[in-house]
Design a protein around this ligand. Structure first.
Ligand code: NAD
Length: 481
């Protein structure tokens, strides 16, 4: 078991407590994780504060770029170990680790290494009369925001740990990372790699793990923390925002979603089978998955048949099997929650495929890929985030109604549009109140592309220049001309 990383030391909690780490595919304990209490959190914040206030870290762009290049190399060196952790601790199917769950996101660290040195931290505004009629030069300086608390979920654990920590570090911040209780090793192994394989100084990155999710509140309420970057549920996001209000701590919130996939009436429906089934990847535990499928009424039966055939071919399986894409859900509690939502769905829509727990695998936390059709846009399964392998098919009359249904959600994270006419699809994409839209299979997830939500899907952006700027304060300095 790797320890937590606090002030450069890899260690257990001060009270020596640990908690079991459970493999969701087998329901077996695979080892222990350090169980921090508030004194550990206090030390981690203190270390991050001192590193920010008392070292040259925040000002030395070139050293930070050097450390991030080292981090990129180190993550590539330890890639197979990280893959094993993702599969065993989070139940991510090994096939998916070859894509955006691991292999293809590591290069993002190089993007932040570049930004650390190339970002325009200072810009000049030409001398002219100010509002007070004093001609002045103005320099706008962007400085790191300070100590960042990074709180991450279990469903996309390693990429989010990397995105948040690497971007904050690139900007010159210091960090306390708190991963979700179900995925502690994605945090502790990341911390170990930082400590053992990079020159990132002690205290700049700290990692704490705990069984109690509320240990995160100690981070949120501490006045020494300047910013909270949080990814997780909308309910917890609201609580964090309320807690942060005490000290007006800055928040960046990446929250839940209920994204729509709008298929226009000229789309090539059979070609979309894999797209429809894609909502079951990693057992549907993805914030931006398009879990509402909007089909035009005049091609509704055809579209439902394509979705049905695609779902009937899916089966749950052992995530270590390279042919499997639908693994377990994270824990027993989450499985019960998903099954309760499916029961609600059976009362309000037509169940076509799945709807329960599969016979095989016999152990572990599995839920059958489940397809509902004839779903009312206001039904529970069309409005609430299920976070399981469940797709709700909703019919619509015309393009305007499709847009209206897609936008009738408290969420606004992502969407997809499919059409034979790219222009028509683009014009629909512009009308959607969501932070990202994939048109005709276009992929927005990239280090240089801002990601985040409208409405109750969040505040602020991750990735890209916008995501980097979240970690910066703006100072304007004026000098008489
Ligand atoms: P969660 O909200 O239960 O927990 C997320 C993190 O917050 C965990 O580390 C947890 O321990 C911590 N936490 C819980 N209560 C807290 C509190 N009161 N104060 C401080 N920290 C607290 O989310 P989850 O169940 O781990 O993850 C699934 C959710 O995350 C889904 O809603 C999903 O849509 C969302 N998500 C969003 C994105 C995005 O980028 N928008 C990405 C992935 C997941």
């Amino acid at each position: 078991m790797a320890g937590m990383l606090i002030d450069g030391a890899l260690r257990g909690g001060l009270k020596g407590r640990t908690y079991p780490n459970v493999n969701p595919a087998t329901a077996q304990c695979i080892g222990e994780a350090p169980d921090a209490d508030r004194t550990d959190v206090d030390e981690a914040i203190g270390a991050a504060r001192r590193s920010f206030d008392e070292s040259s870290w925040s000002r030395d762009h070139h050293f930070r770029a050097h450390c991030l290049r080292q981090l990129h190399e180190a993550l590539c060196t330890e890639q197979e170990l990280l893959r094993d952790v993702l599969v065993r601790e989070a139940g991510v199917p090994i096939a998916l680790t070859h894509s955006i769950w691991l292999d293809t996101i590591l290069d993002s660290v190089s993007y932040w290494a570049e930004l650390a040195t190339n970002y325009p931290y200072e810009t000049q505004i030409a001398a002219r009369d100010t509002l007070a009629a004093v001609t002045s030069h103005r320099t706008v300086v962007r400085e790191p925001v300070g100590v960042v608390a990074a709180i991450t979920p279990w469903n996309y654990p390693l990429p989010l740990n990397i995105f948040k920590v690497a971007a904050a570090v690139a900007a010159g911040c210091t960090v306390v990372l708190k991963p979700a209780p179900d995925t502690p090793w994605c945090g502790t192994e990341f911390g170990r790699i930082i400590a053992e394989r990079t020159d990132i100084p002690p205290g700049v990155v700290n990692v704490i793990t705990a069984a109690d999710p509320l240990i995160g509140e100690a981070l949120v309420k501490d006045p020494r923390v300047d910013m909270i970057t949080f990814t997780g549920s909308t309910a917890v996001g609201k609580r964090i925002m309320a807690g942060a209000a005490d000290h007006l701590t800055r928040v960046c919130l990446e929250l839940g979603g209920k994204s729509a996939n709008i298929v226009l009436d000229d789309a090539d429906l059979p070609a979309l089978a894999a797209d429809f089934a894609g909502v079951c990847a990693h057992a549907g535990q993805g914030c931006a998955l398009t879990t509402r499928l909007l089909l035009p009424r005049r091609r509704y039966d055809e579209g439902v048949a394509v979705a049905r055939a695609a779902f009937e071919q899916l089966s749950c399986g052992d995530p270590t099997d390279p042919a499997v894409v639908v693994g377990p859900v994270i824990n027993a509690r989450q499985r019960e929650r998903i099954l309760a939502m499916i029961e609600a769905g059976k009362r309000e829509a037509r169940l076509l495929v799945g709807g329960g727990v599969p016979d095989s695998p016999a152990v572990g936390y599995y839920v059958e890929p489940t397809l509902f059709c004839d779903v009312d846009p206001n039904a529970v399964i069309a409005q609430e985030e299920i976070f399981g392998p469940v797709l709700s098919v909703i019919p619509y009359e015309d393009d305007d109604e499709a847009v209206r249904i897609a936008n009738s959600s408290i969420y606004g994270l992502s969407a997809a549009v499919h059409s034979a006419d790219a222009e028509r699809a683009m014009s629909i994409a512009r009308r959607l109140r969501t932070g990202t839209v994939g048109v005709n299979g276009g992929v927005w997830l990239a280090a240089d592309t801002p990601f985040g939500g409208y409405k109750q899907s969040g505040l602020g952006r991750e990735l890209g220049h916008d995501g980097f700027a979240e970690f910066l304060e703006t100072k304007s300095i004026a000098l008489p001309a």
